[in-house]
Ligand binder design. Structure first.
Ligand SMILES: Nc1nc2c(c(=O)[nH]1)N[C@@H](CN(C=O)c1ccc(C(=O)N[C@@H](CCC(=O)O)C(=O)O)cc1)CN2
Ligand code: GAR
Length: 216
């Protein structure tokens, strides 16, 4: 089984990065986490990556005159390590069309809402303000339009009376840590693939939200 060389791009805490690293440690995982890149030198996730023995690279967007200049530096770092696939995990920079098209079909992101609801930032606050009773998270392919890429996987959680932004974020992040490794596995083992702008699955999802395993 070929293991695709994956880079994780972060800006902060890195808990989704850790869930991907731990999942990829499992022998049969079709991807190898080869690099963690941060646009912020003070991202707490960098220490967690180093503790996990993963190579790290800081490319500070503030040290580059333009977004394009910053992204060319990132692209060179990715190319020099033979990276084939990118996972955005709490990466908080809007990427230009140049970078997104260069990695089209090879870059995914986790977003803390049930897209297309609540694109952008402050998703939990906005969900609470609207009084929705179901919220969640989404893994999607990255396209130039923010948070508009084809959806690979979603997980829903209830919004309960008395919920705050923090309590809702805590309930959603548990699902993020379960969903992101599952989505990366599906893309890397071919169970899910991009076809003319939509994600198609080689096996149907069943009612419990998990993928039907052949013969089950
Ligand atoms: N072209 C795209 N770029 C990115 C996408 C995408 O779908 N298309 N997903 C995002 C992730 N993201 C939400 O999931 C997101 C990240 C950042 C921002 C944002 O407004 N960033 C500001 C700066 C904020 C900061 O540095 O703290 C900015 O870039 O000016 C919104 C949504 C990753 N990129
Ligand atoms: N717009 C992108 C975005 O808001 N991403 C969100 O940032 C958090 C990062 O946490 P982490 O650093 O612990 O993985 C996660 O909740 C992720 O969905």
């Amino acid at each position: 089984m070929t293991r695709r060389r994956v880079a994780i791009l972060i800006s902060g805490r890195g808990s989704n990065m850790v869930s991907l690293i731990e999942a990829a440690r499992a022998g049969a995982f079709p991807a190898e986490i080869a690099l963690v890149v941060s646009n912020r030198p003070d991202a707490a996730g960098l220490d967690r990556a180093r503790e996990a023995g993963i190579a790290t690279c800081v490319i500070d967007h503030k040290a580059h005159p333009t977004r394009e200049d910053f992204e060319h530096a990132m692209d060179a770092a990715l190319a020099s390590r033979g990276i084939a696939f990118i996972c955005l995990a709490g990466f908080m920079r809007v990427l230009t069309d140049w970078f997104v098209e260069r990695w089209a079909g090879r870059m995914i992101n986790i977003h803390p809402s049930l897209l297309p609801l609540y694109r952008g930032t402050h998703t939990h606050r906005r969900a609470l303000a609207d009084g929705v009773l179901v919220h969640g998270c989404t893994v999607h392919f990255v396209v130039p339009e923010l948070d508009a890429g084809p959806i690979i996987a979603q997980a829903a959680v209830p919004v309960v009376p008395g919920d705050t932004e923090e309590s809702l974020a805590t309930r959603v992040i548990v699902q993020e840590h379960r969903l992101y490794p599952q989505a990366l596995r599906m893309i890397c083992d071919g169970t899910a693939r991009l076809e003319t702008g939509r994600v198609v699955f080689s096996r149907p999802w069943d009612a419990s939200g998990s993928l039907h395993s052949p013969g089950s």
